[in-house]
Every structure is written in structure tokens, then in C-alpha cells.
Design a protein around this ligand. Sequence first.
Ligand code: ADQ
Length: 478
Amino acid sequence: MVAIARAFRRAAARDYGRGGTGEVSVKRIVVVANRLPVSWTGDKWTTSPGGLVRALGPILQDAKGAWVGWPGIADFAPEPFEYGGIEQRPLALSEQEVAGFYYGFCNGTLWPLYHDALAPPAYHRRFWYPYRNVNDRYARAAAECLFTGDIAWVQDYQLQLVPGMLRTLRDDVTIGFYLHIPFPPIELFSRLPWRAQIIEGLLGADVLAFQTRASVANFAKAAQRYGDATPVSRYELRWRGRRIRLQRAPIAIDTPHFERLARSESVQRRAAQLRHELGNSSRIILGVDRLDYTKGIDLRLKAFASLLDRRGCEERCTFVQIAVPSREHVPVYQELRRTIEQLVGRVNGDHGEVGWVPVSYLYRSFDLEELIAYYVAADIMLVTPLRDGMNLVAKEYVASRCEPTGVLVLSEFAGAAEQLRTALIVNPHDVDGVAAALEAAIDMPAAEVESRMKRLIRTVRRETVFDWAEGCLALLDR
Ligand code: ADQ
């Protein structure tokens, strides 16, 4: 256990500029995830953006690890290769598998069901069978590259059957599972026609980790009801003679990297330019999300309109909403995009004036430095998902504060609310309540802004993505 933990500290120390121990982990770690950490651009591989990839890269290099995943293009079957010091094991998915497994069961059934059924989940056998078959293929691909004593670390809702399938193939390895999205309350989970199979699949793991205490408790209840698991304690179950540990492991970000970029001259210059381009409006309110119905962007726009109704427009607040395109082929996402664009038009039409556009809506992806420049420029960060496993944007905003300034308005339904307690916590369904929180943020005395933000910064610095990965793997490395 110590060896892997040290490898983590060394990776983290690199970022904080401290020295490492030079020790190398003895166990291999094989990550099994829907997607590979690299993407094919047509003529070469590049590393995909994201904290998980950045956090696990150094660890997998040290642990001589491998990564099993889909390269993201249908019917594309490259041979295993090495990239970034990691053995990449591509798993090919056909057009039909992508339709049934990924768009069907993952995004049409599980995603809405696990997010409070905010959109109606679709229960179709034509989605379930591909999900089962594709999970079986991931399990076999992982089994092929694991050695006795290795750790298989399975990621997220797309692969919930893999732990059980892998255990029947390889009982000589340790299996971990991490769920990035919420595990739903029993009242919702019960609706799933394949609930017993999902529970049995998950119970194949030695350690199951979740973002929040609520998700741990929800899973424990479902495992008892649909898997006949016996509770030993709040964080331990017994099932078919095996001990299964549950863990609350809230995901974090690469805080030092965000801090460094936020302080850089180029980002500071860009932030000043953005403020200037926004007409030096008195307050910049920012939203940053994947365009997804779980993120509550439409209600947020209504809350901003309600703020303008209350305060008039003398203050010239500007709301910048950055939305990264997501699942664009799916009708419910296309509909959401239309709704949001109409709302933006309506708020600007109702409240704007010549020379002042209240809502700036940017529908595209940004590179990290540009995104951080927006975080630096923003006075108020509005993070109001209707349900979210964690929400990294909230943590990224805090990590980008060079000084303890700025106010975070955060939904009580984001996993992040369990940790970021000095944010202004809101119910995102309560449009007037969110508008009132925005008013409170605008009027908040500087001393209160500072004390709230100082505590948020402390929390985000204390637990980085390296600590998160270390915590998860430490339980597996026994
Ligand atoms: P997501 O639902 O994708 O992740 P989130 O945690 O907010 O949600 O992460 C989004 C990421 O995308 C952030 O790192 C953000 O910087 C980036 N991003 C957003 N808009 C962008 C833009 N326009 N351009 C570039 N980058 C942009 C899932 C779960 C979450 C959980 C994470 C991690 O749904 O609840 O926090 O996994 O476990």
C-alpha cells in the first residue's frame, strides 16, 4: 500500500515543487473506463483534457499501468500501443453498440434515472442487451491484460456490470469501482427493470467508492434490498462470503495547476481584457457547464432575469454563460439548446439597452487558460445544477482565486455542497431564491466575502485530485 501512496505523493509533490522519494509501486493498476485517456485526431493521438487523466497519468506511469477504453470512434480498432508512458488498450465498439450501449442504456436510461429522473428514463431491452454485451467485452479486455495481484479500477456508470464479470474471469486481482455521478435513492433505483443485475455487477468489486455520503447510503440500501447483502457497518457489506468496502471519496481537481495558471501574466492580462470587453460592467456573473439538462441552465437564466426585475439595470450586471456542446445528436439535448437560446434572446430583448447586453452566451469549448481567465474575471460564480455527482466547475472557480474575492453561489444538489459549505447554498428550482442569493452576493460586505472565500480556498487546497486518487487506491492496495 505504501508504495502506491508514495507514488501519488511524488506526483503531487512535483506540482507543489517538493521532492519525491524515488520509490516505484510494485503493483500494476489497470484503469477500465468507457473512454481511453487519449483521442485520435486523424493522424495522431493526443491526451484528452480533464483532471482524471492528469491525475492518473503519473501514477499509471509509475505503476507500469494500463488503460482499457473505447477510442471514441465507432468501428475503429487500433492495436494496443504505448502513449505517455501508459499501455493503451483500445476497445473497438461498432456503430450499433455505440447506439444501444452508449446513447441507449448509458445516456437514455442510466443518466436520467441517476439524476432524479429529470428527463424520463427509457427502459428498453434493445438498450439493455448491448449494455450487458459491451460490459462483458470490457471485462474480457481487462482480464487479458491483468496479472495476478494487480488492481483493476473500473470507472463510472457505463461499466457497472464489469466488476462482477471480471471477478468470474479473474479472482486473483483486486477490483475497485468509482461512480462519478450520484447513486440514486432507492425509490428511483427500484424503477430499473435490471436493478438486481446492476447491483450484482457492482458487488463484484472489493471497494466501491462514491462522491457523497448520500450515494454511499443509497447504494448500501439498494445492495441489501436487491442483492441480499448484509450490512457490517455503514461502510462495509458482506455478500456471498466476501467483504465489500464502501467509500466516500469526493473527487477533486489539480488545484496547484489552476492556481499557477490563474496567477500567470497571460491569464491575468486576458481576464482584464475580458472585463474591458464586457464594458467594465459592475458585476460579472459566470456560469460554465456542459450543455446538459441536469445543470439547470434554463432556471439559472430565469433567476438572472428575476434579479434584473428586482434591481433594474443601473448596475449593469452581466451574466456570461459558457456552455460546452454535449451529446448533440440526442433529441432531448437539441431541445434543451433551443430552449436556452430562446431564453437568452428573451432576457436580452426584455432587459438589454443599446450598448449593454445582459447575457453573453457562448456555446463552445474553451482551452483551459481561456476558461481560467473567465474564472478570474468573474465576481460571482453561479453553479446551480439540479443534480450533480460533484461539479468540478465550483472547485475550479475557487482554485482560480488569487485573492479571497468573489462569491460562489452553489446548488444544494451538487455533491460539492457537502464540502463547500461557505458558498451561498441555494435550491436551484427556487428561481426567486436564486435571484435573492445573487442580490445577497452583490451586496455582501467585503469582510464576509473574504472570510467565506478563504474557507473555500482552504478546502479546495487541502484535497487535490492526487489526494483523491491516493485515497481510492490506498483501500485497494492491500
Ligand atoms: P460533468 O458532468 O462533465 O462530469 P463537471 O464536474 O462540472 O461535470 O465537469 C465539467 C468539466 O468540463 C470541468 O472540468 C470544466 O472545466 C469543463 N468545462 C465545462 N465547460 C467548458 C467549456 N466551455 N470549455 C472547456 N471546458 C469546459 C461528471 C459528473 C460530475 C463530476 C465529474 C467528475 O457529472 O458530477 O464532478 O464527472 O467526477
